[in-house]
Ligand binder design. Structure first.
Ligand SMILES: [Zn+2]
Ligand SMILES: [Zn+2]
Length: 420
C-alpha cells in the first residue's frame, strides 16, 4: 500500500461516523436548549494568538504546535486548542456589543504534535462552549451543568465532577509562595518538568501525573484555604448552585490550570473507572484572557471535551448507540423497461422521504434479493416485464416474505403507508 493516514491521525470510516454524528447531534441539541450559538473559526490562526493565550513556556507552544511559515513568511499555526480562536472572533467581530453575555459553542479539530500513544492523536476533535461577559457564579454552574448533561445524555456512567478554585491574581501569588516553600525540601527529587514548573508555574506541580511527584506534593497546602474573600465566596456560590441543580461533586485541590488569566472555578468530569487521566471534559473560568488578547477586561467561563476520549469511554462501558439507518426499500428490476420504471420509482420514493436503494451492478434478480437482505431493507419492490405490462409491481415484506401486488403509479404512496 502506497499511502496511509499521517501518524497520529485517523479516518472516521462509514461504520464509525454514525457514532460521531450521534454525539455531535446530542451536543448541538443541548447547546440549543441552553442558548449557545455555534461559532466556526479557521483551521489555522496567526501563531502569536496561541503563543500569547497558551503561554510561551508551555509544552504545547514549545513542542506540540503545528507551526509553519506561509508563502509570505507569516507564522501560522494549526489550532492547538479551542478557546483562543473563540476569544479572537469575539473581539474581532465585537460580539460583546450585541448583548451583555455571549454564549458560543464549537465542534472542531485540534492539532498537536503529540507522541503517539494510546488515546493521543495529532489531530483530535473537540466540542466546547464559552460564555463571555458574566462573572455570575450561576454562569459557571450553567456551563458545568451543560457539560454534565452532555456526558450523561450519551449514556456514560460513573461520572465524577471534580471542582476546585485556582484563585485570582490577587490571592494566587501568596498561595504560590506557600506552595513553593512546602515543596522546596524535595525540589531535587521532583521530575524535571516539575522543577521547571516550580519556578514558572508552581500550581502545575500539583497535576503532575508521575506517582513520585504526586507523593511528594501530597501534603501540600490546599489552595482553598488561601483564597481571597471574593474567590472564596464565588466558589461557595458555584457549589451552592450545583446543589440546587442536584449535581454531585468532589473537591479536588490538585485540579489546577496554568496561567494568570485562569481564575476561580476549575472543573473536570472524570470517568471514575478509567482513572484520573481520563477526564472526559474540563474547563473553568478565565476572567483574564480577553484582556490578555487585547480586549476590555471580560469575565468568561467555558469547557472543552475530546470526542475520541468520550467515544473510548463509551466503548469501555459497552454503550450501544442507535444502529445506522438502512434503506427501507430496495427496488429490484428485471429487464430494460422495468429498469426505467425502477429508476423513476426510486426517485419518487426518495421524494416521499423513504430511504430507497437499487442495484447498480447489473445483478440477477436472485443476487438483487441478496443485496436487499444484506442491506436490511424492510420491503423489496420487484418490477419485471409481466408486472409492468399489468401496470403492477410486487412488494415483498422481507421479514414475513409476504408479497402484495400494488399499482405502479401508486407504488410510492402505498409503500410509504406500508412502512408507517
Ligand atoms: Zn482571589
Ligand atoms: Zn512531576
Amino acid at each position: 500500500m502506497r499511502y496511509a493516514t499521517p501518524r497520529g491521525t485517523a479516518d472516521i470510516l462509514p461504520r464509525e461516523s454514525p457514532r460521531w454524528r450521534y454525539l455531535e447531534d446530542k451536543f448541538r441539541e443541548i447547546c440549543r436548549l441552553y442558548g449557545y450559538e455555534e461559532l466556526r473559526t479557521p483551521t489555522f490562526e496567526e501563531t502569536e494568538l496561541f503563543a500569547r493565550s497558551i503561554g510561551e513556556h508551555t509544552d504545547i507552544v514549545g513542542k506540540e504546535m503545528y507551526t509553519f511559515l506561509d508563502r509570505a513568511e507569516r507564522s501560522m499555526t494549526l489550532r492547538p486548542e479551542g478557546t483562543a480562536p473563540v476569544v479572537r472572533a469575539y473581539l474581532q467581530h465585537k460580539l460583546f456589543a450585541k448583548a451583555p453575555v455571549t454564549k458560543l459553542y464549537y465542534i472542531t479539530s485540534i492539532f498537536r504534535y503529540e507522541r503517539p500513544q494510546a488515546g493521543r492523536y495529532r489531530e483530535h476533535h473537540q466540542v466546547g462552549v464559552e460564555a463571555l461577559g458574566s462573572a455570575d457564579p450561576a454562569m459557571d454552574a450553567e456551563v458545568i451543568s451543560l457539560a454534565m448533561e452532555f456526558a450523561t445524555s450519551l449514556g456514560m456512567r460513573n461520572l465524577e465532577l471534580r471542582m476546585n478554585s485556582v484563585g485570582c491574581p490577587g490571592c494566587r501569588p501568596k498561595y504560590r509562595d506557600v506552595l513553593r516553600k512546602a515543596v522546596e525540601p524535595n525540589l531535587e527529587v521532583l521530575c524535571e518538568s516539575c522543577r521547571t514548573r516550580y519556578r514558572a508555574n508552581p500550581l502545575r506541580m500539583l497535576d503532575c501525573k508521575r506517582p513520585r511527584c504526586r507523593e511528594l506534593t501530597a501534603g501540600a497546602p490546599n489552595i482553598i484555604e488561601y483564597l481571597c474573600e471574593e474567590c472564596s465566596k464565588h466558589l461557595d456560590a458555584v457549589l451552592h448552585y450545583l446543589g440546587l441543580l442536584d449535581i454531585g461533586y468532589t473537591l479536588d485541590p490538585r485540579l489546577v490550570r496554568g496561567f494568570d488569566y485562569y481564575t476561580k472555578t476549575a472543573f473536570e468530569i472524570v470517568s471514575a473507572e478509567l482513572g484520573a487521566q481520563n477526564a472526559v471534559a474540563g474547563g473553568g473560568r478565565y476572567d483574564g484572557l480577553v484582556a490578555e488578547l487585547g480586549g476590555e477586561p471580560t469575565p468568561a467561563v467555558g469547557f472543552g471535551a475530546g470526542i475520541e476520549r468520550i467515544l473510548d469511554v463509551m466503548d469501555a462501558q459497552g454503550i450501544e448507540l442507535p444502529a445506522d439507518t438502512h434503506p427501507s426499500v430496495f427496488v429490484a428490476t428485471i429487464g430494460d423497461a422495468a429498469r426505467e420504471a425502477g429508476v423513476k420509482l426510486l426517485a419518487e420514493l426518495r421524494k416521499a422521504d423513504v430511504p430507497a436503494e437499487t442495484d447498480y451492478a447489473g445483478k440477477s434478480l436472485k443476487a438483487q434479493m441478496k443485496s436487499a437482505d444484506r442491506q436490511q431493507a424492510r420491503l423489496t419492490i420487484m418490477i419485471g416485464e409481466d408486472e409492468l405490462n399489468r401496470g403492477q409491481v410486487k412488494v415483498r415484506n422481507m421479514q414475513t416474505k409476504e408479497e402484495t401486488d400494488v399499482p405502479l403509479d401508486r407504488a410510492a404512496v402505498r409503500v410509504k403507508e406500508m412502512l408507517d
